[in-house]
Design a protein around this ligand. Structure first.
Ligand code: MN
Length: 254
C-alpha cells in the first residue's frame, strides 16, 4: 500500500516536473511524444512559441557564430530557407484544416496522414527552430556536462566517440538531411540520420524518438564557406553547440 502510494506520488512529481520544464523551455515535444507512446492517457499539450508555426527571433546576431558559420550563411539560412518552411507550413496547416492544433509536436507523430508539403515544412520548421536554439557563440573546449555527459560516456564511451558517430551519420547521409542525437522510448541515447526535413518524432521516420540535438547537413547550411567540405563544417560545428539547451532537452525527456 505504502509502496503504491509512493509510486503514485513519484509519478505525479515526475509528470509535474516534466510539464514545468516543457512549458519553460518550449519543449512540449517531450510530453507529446510520451503521450503518443502511452495509448490510454493523452497529455494535454500546451502551445508555446517554439512549438508553434511562426519563426522565432534568433537569440544572437547573424555574425555571432563566426568563424564556424559565416554571417551570410546564417542570414540566408534563417531569413530565406527557414522562413520559407514556416510560411509554407502555415499554408499547409490551413489547407489541411489543422489550424486548431495547439502544437507542432501533435502533428509530427501522425504526419503520414497529411501531404508531402505538410511533412516537409512541419519538419523544416521544427528542425530549424531547434537548430537555432542549439547554437551559441563559439567557446573553446565546448562540451556537455552533468547527466548528459554521463549518459554520453555510458552509451558511447566518450564525448569524442559521440562526435565521431554524429559526423559519420552526417557523412553517410546522401544528399540533404540531418544527423541526430536522439532518445528512444527507453531513454537510451542514439545517433542516426534522416533524409530531407524528416525527424525522429515523425511516424514516417526510420529512426524514432525524441530529438536531443540535430545537425543540419543540407548544403545550404554550409556551402558558402565550406563548399563541398561537409566534414569540415561538421567537425567545426561542435564549438558552437549550446550544451545548456541540449542538456535541457535531454532532461525534459528523462
Ligand atoms: Mn537548413
Amino acid at each position: 500500500m505504502e509502496n503504491s502510494k509512493e509510486n503514485s506520488r513519484r509519478k505525479f512529481l515526475k509528470a509535474t516536473a516534466l510539464g514545468t520544464v516543457s512549458v519553460t523551455l518550449g519543449l512540449s515535444a517531450a510530453s507529446s511524444f510520451l503521450a503518443s507512446c502511452s495509448s490510454s492517457k493523452k497529455t494535454a499539450i500546451k502551445p508555446t512559441g517554439t512549438t508553434g508555426f511562426d519563426q522565432q527571433p534568433l537569440a544572437y546576431s547573424y555574425s555571432a557564430l563566426e568563424d564556424v558559420i559565416d554571417a551570410k550563411t546564417m542570414e540566408i539560412h534563417y531569413s530565406k530557407h527557414a522562413a520559407a518552411y514556416s510560411k509554407a507550413l502555415k499554408e499547409a496547416v490551413a489547407a489541411e484544416g489543422l489550424q486548431n492544433e495547439s502544437a507542432l509536436e501533435n502533428i509530427l507523430p501522425k504526419v503520414s496522414k497529411y501531404s508531402a508539403k505538410l511533412r516537409n515544412n512541419a519538419g523544416g520548421h521544427y528542425n530549424h527552430e531547434m537548430f537555432w536554439k542549439s547554437m551559441r557563440a563559439k567557446t573553446s573546449d565546448n562540451k556537455p556536462a552533468g547527466k548528459l555527459l554521463s549518459a554520453i560516456e555510458n552509451e558511447f564511451g566518450s564525448f569524442a566517440a559521440l562526435k565521431t558517430k554524429v559526423e559519420e551519420a552526417g557523412t553517410k547521409r546522401f544528399g540533404s538531411g540531418w544527423a541526430w542525437v536522439y532518445m528512444d522510448n527507453a531513454k537510451k541515447l542514439l545517433v542516426g540520420s534522416t533524409p530531407n526535413q524528416d525527424n525522429p518524432l515523425m511516424d514516417v521516420s526510420e529512426i524514432k524518438g525524441f530529438p536531443v540535438l540535430g545537425l543540419d547537413v543540407w548544403e545550404h547550411a554550409y556551402y558558402l564557406k565550406y563548399q563541398n567540405k561537409r566534414a569540415d563544417y561538421m567537425s567545426n560545428w561542435w564549438s558552437v553547440v549550446n550544451w545548456d539547451y541540449v542538456q535541457k532537452r535531454y532532461e525534459a525527456f528523462l
